[in-house]
Ligand binder design. Structure first.
Ligand SMILES: [Zn+2]
Length: 172
């Protein structure tokens, strides 16, 4: 079975205590879990796909959130513990969904996975919106509940429930 693993926004500005939009302890806590999952997936021959927020300095998203992950800055880099390898895919995005104005669709068509696993931050924002895009394209999706995080725990619980019951992804 061909698998793909999507790692959402595990970037310095979100997961480092000094980051511009730090998602909190829970985001730091999932790093070793994601690391193990990446190793495990590599052994199974899975495609590893990083989604990474990458904004222009004047992006209108900054009307809603503090300025973060500005293209080319250290804050927009994947956290050093989860660095991509040259064979991995890195898909830059400017909005919550990994599909909006990106080549994620093409990447997935190329990989043609039977199952897409997803981890990262934030559960109720970019993870949920990307799962929605995956499910709209009929991919089988598995969300690892111990490897996603959110600064708002209540929002995370709602998101996981919606991801499972409304979007039809498997939450493990
Ligand atoms: Zn952003």
């Amino acid at each position: 079975m061909k698998k793909a693993l999507i790692i959402v926004d595990m970037l310095v500005d979100f997961v480092d205590k000094k980051g511009a939009l730090y998602c909190g302890e829970s985001a730091t806590r999932i790093i070793p879990r994601i690391r193990r999952l990446i190793q495990n997936m590599r052994k199974q021959g899975a495609a590893i796909i990083y989604l990474a927020d990458s904004h222009e300095p004047d992006d209108r998203e900054f009307e809603l959130f503090p300025r973060h992950c500005v293209k080319g800055t250290p804050g927009a880099q994947v956290t050093s513990e989860l660095k991509p390898l040259p064979a991995d895919y890195v898909v830059l995005k400017t909005r919550y969904s990994g599909f909006y104005n990106t080549n994620l669709d093409e990447v997935l068509k190329e990989v043609s996975p039977d199952e897409v696993h997803i981890v990262g931050v934030c559960t109720s924002i970019c993870v949920m919106d990307t799962v929605s895009g995956l499910r709209s394209r009929d991919y089988k999706v598995v969300v690892h509940s111990d490897a996603v995080a959110d600064f708002d725990l209540e929002a995370q619980q709602f998101a996981l429930k919606r991801i499972e019951e409304v979007l039809g992804a498997q939450v493990i």
